[in-house]
Design a protein around this ligand. Structure first.
Ligand code: SAM
Length: 206
């Protein structure tokens, strides 16, 4: 576990520097999962990388998936447990670095073992230099036919986190990683401060 990154995120949670916190699953993701005709259907194991306080993981459990909330930060996961309960078969919490393949495999997250991944503000939290690794990790974990449902924060402000993204570049990076876009469009229903989110549903070829 990279200690500097872990303590950076722990400190952000402890000291109230968590301006990303919505107190609920991101509304565009929630609405999509609950009512969109192309929404992935339960059951299946779904990973939420950088799950923070676990709102999307808990939503996935409610929808019948076996959800795994993964985060580097023990403080985030202790908050997730407080809000959504201790680990159980349908909802697990895993403290690990998304890029630590050995730690993921020790927790049962082998290549091709995951049906779906839900991305919300993890991609914008990692250094842009790690985006290639992020996409490689997603592609490795997804089973054939598996899906990535993602809300990308496509702002163009300098610096980060949250680091911005360019929709065309994200699309090209995911395509080069081997994923196929089923949906890639400006999100609707975002909170006011995030009018520049894009929602995507991407599929690992079967
Ligand atoms: C901006 S916060 C978003 C949290 C949550 N997704 C939300 O929207 O409320 C980014 C989260 O990613 C986690 N994170 C950052 N780098 C990570 C990594 N390499 N592996 C796992 N989690 C990471 C942080 O600890 C933090 O909880």
């Amino acid at each position: 576990m990279p200690a500097a990154a872990e303590s950076f995120w722990n400190r952000r949670y402890r000291e109230g520097g968590d301006g990303w916190e919505l107190g609920q699953p991101a509304p565009p993701l929630s609405r999509f999962l609950r009512s969109h005709p192309q929404a992935p259907q339960a059951p299946g194991r779904v990973l939420v990388p950088g799950c923070g306080r676990g709102h999307e993981a808990a939503l996935l459990e409610t929808l019948g998936f076996q959800a795994i909330g993964l985060d580097l930060s023990e403080v985030a996961l202790s908050e997730a447990r407080r809000l959504h309960g201790e680990a159980r078969t349908s909802l697990q919490w895993l403290q690990a670095d998304l890029f630590d393949r050995k730690a993921l495999e020790a927790a049962g997250l082998m290549a091709g073992s995951i049906k779906g991944i839900v991305e919300h503000t993890c991609f914008c939290a990692i250094d842009p230099g790690q985006r290639h690794d992020y996409i490689a990790t997603v592609c490795r974990l997804l089973a054939p036919g598996g899906w990535l449902l993602a809300l990308f924060w496509c702002h163009s402000r300098p610096g980060g986190p949250p680091w911005g993204s360019d929709p065309e570049l994200v699309e090209a990076q995911l395509r080069q990683g081997g994923l196929v876009a089923e949906i890639w469009q400006p999100a609707t229903g975002s909170v006011d401060s995030r009018h520049d989110e894009w929602l995507g549903l991407w599929r690992q070829p079967g």
